[in-house]
Write a protein that binds this ligand. Sequence first.
Ligand code: MN
Length: 323
Amino acid sequence: MHPEVDAVAEYVRAENGFLITSHVNPDIDSIASQLAIASALSSLGKESVIVNEDPIPRWLEFLPGSEGLRCDLPAEAGIRVALVLDASDLDRLGWVGDVVRERALPIVNIDHHADNVSFGRLNLVQPHVSSTAEMLVGLISALGLEIGRERATCLYAGILGDTGSFRHPNTTSRVFRVVADLVDEGADPERVATGIYYSRSVGAVRLLGEMLRTFRESDDGRIGVLELTRGSFDSSGATMDESNGYATWALSTRGTEVGVLLRELENGRIRVSFRSTPEVDVGAIARSLGGGGHSTAAGCVLDGSLDEVRGLVLSRIRELEFV
Ligand SMILES: [Mn+2]
């Protein structure tokens, strides 16, 4: 039915010793997809290790199998193949990408980003699919496996994450059919929602309050901007990854087409997160600033003060999208 899916399934079945990895600053889709495929490989009797540059955000630790995620390469791991999930480019993997290059590992590239550069020996790239997690539903079936409750929980969470809880334009009728099947397999929407949305730290809620106070709109009301300084992280006690997802607040006023969240990183650089309505391609804006992402959710990291970066970003949005 899908020759590319079958080709990846056949390759995976014939191989062993998998290094599973994904992009830096992992999101729900990348974590959940890695856990689901690791579980599938284990069911096939295959060895795998999940290694990422960054640790799993604490609020995702409810996902089954998350204790197996590592930030170092175990010396004894007999790695033969790299399974790269949810990353458009090898450079998105941080130091793990260097390991893949140095060892010249054959790469299986499984992703749904439209700007994926097909860096693998095998490339399963489906930009029309909501999430890597949704892609894995088909792959796990092609591997001859049941989805099962634990994998269903992970895949449901990944789809929930990348569709913005079924709010983004990638929320197709197919997404609802797929998640209906996942619920039949044992995914519990209430439990996943509790894990993702109702398990925040006190500091993360205080940080949200500090951030919302910074909200400002452009004069024409088309752009909303939010900011988080180092000071607000320090005073709230929240960590950077706890504020992932807060960018959607910048898009939450009526008539706003682009939302921007500026976050001051520990190294002084500014992480810029974009959200937009389907009419505006913030992926193109992020790429023009050295970043990447999807057309309605994207990001980049820039040098400069908050004021400088805000000025640059706002003028780039005007230049590229509001001409
Ligand atoms: Mn994704």
